[in-house]
Design a protein around this ligand. Structure first.
Ligand SMILES: Cc1cc2nc3c(=O)[nH]c(=O)nc-3n(C[C@H](O)[C@H](O)[C@H](O)COP(=O)(O)OP(=O)(O)OC[C@H]3O[C@@H](n4cnc5c(N)ncnc54)[C@H](O)[C@@H]3O)c2cc1C
Length: 258
């Protein structure tokens, strides 16, 4: 293992944070249990005092393809997985195209678009050197109880990459803001949408310093330039309070705060 300084004001998708020392884990290392693992930092908000951090090195960014089973290391960026699937005419990964991050982040969040989620196509995950079948991992909408660090996952492959599905799902992105964000801030409550509730609470486009609830999609907390952690937290608290007091709905964060 080795350490690396990562500047989260440029590395994180929401462009908030400061330079921090991150422990990089290599192939045969024992993974420490007293550090928080980050992936591509597309779903995280880094505070001014984050816990000690670690990250899987490029040793964990691989794809092994054997006899209709794909084994993918969890540091693999989603974009590269989709390119591989396209090139080798493999079905199932089309929805990952517009999900920024790594396979590890996708597994931990059970990331997805509409009815397509990573657990739908997953076979098993390697956690603490043991392969665990997906049926034995508790999971649901935007959550999975991995109970450890996932280093690789296996997928049973079927042929037939679907470019039309890729395009249809990509089009859905046209209602998303282009400013830096960490994706949807809150999970959608059952039978409702967090964006609709935040908008109905009068917060669509509401700004605090450099941060705002996007005017394009109210559930996106966006950085308009030099936004800070404190501004982001104030907006999150405001949305939670207003939606609770006006509609009696307790919004649950999708973004994780470190
Ligand atoms: C513009 C934008 C649009 C987005 N749209 C969507 C969307 O439509 N649907 C959706 O689901 N998400 C969406 N997201 C969120 C994000 O793309 C996903 O959550 C993605 O899976 C995060 O991956 P990451 O590598 O960046 O994870 P990180 O943000 O670094 O980490 C997320 C969590 O995963 C854990 N983690 C990471 N790697 C591992 C591992 N190897 N083992 C165990 N735990 C691990 C971390 O500890 C953390 O708790 C969007 C984000 C952005 C910025």
């Amino acid at each position: 293992m080795f350490t690396k300084i990562i500047d989260f004001s440029t590395y994180s998708s929401i462009r908030i944070g400061q330079p921090e020392e991150v422990l990089m884990i290599e192939k045969d290392d024992d993974i420490p249990s007293d550090r928080y693992l980050i992936g591509g930092v597309n779903n995280l908000l880094i505070s001014t005092t984050p816990p000690p951090l670690m990250m899987l090195s490029k040793d964990f960014a691989y794809i092994k393809d054997s006899d209709r089973v794909l084994e993918i290391g969890t540091a693999m960026p989603t974009g590269r997985i989709v390119s591989y699937a396209k090139k080798h005419d493999i079905a199932g990964f089309e929805f990952c195209a517009k999900l920024p991050g790594t396979l590890g982040g996708m597994l931990a969040m059970n990331a997805g678009v509409k009815e397509y989620e990573i657990f739908n196509i997953l076979h098993s995950v390697c956690i603490d050197k043991e392969w665990i079948a997906k049926e034995d991992i508790e999971h649901g909408y935007r959550f999975a109880k991995l109970e450890g660090i996932a280093t690789a996952a296996r997928f049973e492959t079927q042929s037939g990459f679907d470019p039309q599905l890729l395009e249809a799902l990509s089009k859905l992105r046209s209602n998303q803001p282009t400013n830096p964000s960490a994706g949807s801030a809150f999970k959608n409550p059952p039978n409702d949408s967090a964006g609709r509730l935040i908008e109905a609470a009068g917060l669509k486009g509401y700004r605090d310093g450099g941060m705002a609830w996007s005017e394009v999609h109210a559930n996106f907390l966006v950085n308009k330039g030099n936004g800070t952690y404190d501004e982001a937290m104030r907006l999150i608290e405001l949305a939670k309070e207003r939606v609770l007091s006006r509609f009696g709905v307790e919004l649950e964060l999708e973004i994780k705060i470190l």
